[in-house]
Design a protein around this ligand. Sequence first.
Ligand SMILES: *Cc1c(COP(=O)(O)O)cnc(C)c1O
Length: 412
Amino acid sequence: MSATLRPRPVPGLGCNAYGKEEEELVLDVLRRKEPFRYYGLNPQSPPPMVATLEKEMCAFIGTDYALAVSSGTAALEVAYAAIGLGPGDEVIVPAWSWVSCVTAIMRVGARPVFCEIDDTLNIDPAEIDRLITPNTKAVSVIHYQGVASPMDEIVHAAHRKGLFVVEDCAQSLGATYRGRQIGSWGDVAIFSFQYNKTATCGEGGMVVTRDQRIYERAVRLHDLGNYRPFHAAIVTPREPAFAGGQFRMSELAAAVALAQLRKIPAIKAHCRAVQARVLAKIAGLEGIGVRRVPDPEGDFGFEPYLLFADPAKVAPFQEKLNARNVNCGARTGSYGQYNREYVKTGQVHHPALSPFKDFKEWPAPGYRAVDFPKTEALTSRWMALPIGWLYTMEDADYIADAIVAVHAEVFG
Ligand SMILES: *Cc1c(COP(=O)(O)O)cnc(C)c1O
């Protein structure tokens, strides 16, 4: 190793872009003393932050209705309940996904049916036809780490079979497919504003839809069954009241999320520029490919993936790259769901509610690592290269040079 060691760049997206915009909006909430979204001191003018966030989210995504909630997980639970899922229903969901992609399905009493990913690291669209049963009600599309799934193909395949398409955009606010924002394609979509996401207020989420009934049900589910005048002015209620949870967003969270949403185009442009610089310099290295991106124009660009032909090369490559202060990793927050504790036990908080209770043997086929050879093989071959808001073009050059040098060492 000859080149001087460059300090490790600081990873992270929206959080590192915090500035006076976030400060001003938060201070505005504090100075007005109005932290609650539905009313404050002045009955003539209800607090603006959550309402403005929802409005700008609709405009940004290109959808009709947006509902802010307390987290991405809350958004998923609300979305599944809003489309009416419950015991006996099945949802096709990528085995390679975040915890709540599956627990949200289990918590409404429905059964997650795991599917394989393909070399996009998102759902393999062919899995819909393979896994559909008379009980299948929905397919969950997870736009993994900034890359959109081919939504035209998926929506077509799902709608032809009468399935709802639920878009989980938690990791990828700002990614587009064929010029349209993700979240605008499915029947309902969710976003997250948790710390690790492209835009963040610490904790927060959003449900978006074009469907008036789904919107009304989501509102009731997130606000104790209420449907307040604020929402009635947007969509006239038609559903009878029913019991809901409490997953509202506060004005303080919305103030930060709003400032962050406005920065998404800048954050995306920056990540794309850094990523393009790295990928151009390392193109064509023998034995290393990259994740297939269905629409490269819409990639957020915050986490390119190197796919190794030989899985045995991943660990030494990663070790040497890390020693050169390049952030890289084989794993992110996602894991094969079949390896998670709640799938291994098949339990929810009450046995009668477990969607797996009718299986005689557990884990049943479809819930074991051996049932996902494609996903297992793919996830053993890749290495992630996170890119952040604070990465510079000099970092990009250094990362690319380090990859070329390590390649010579490991493959040489
Ligand atoms: C982060 C994440 C969620 C959940 O969002 P939280 O705000 O953390 O609850 C859901 N789905 C995916 C794919 C995620 O990455």
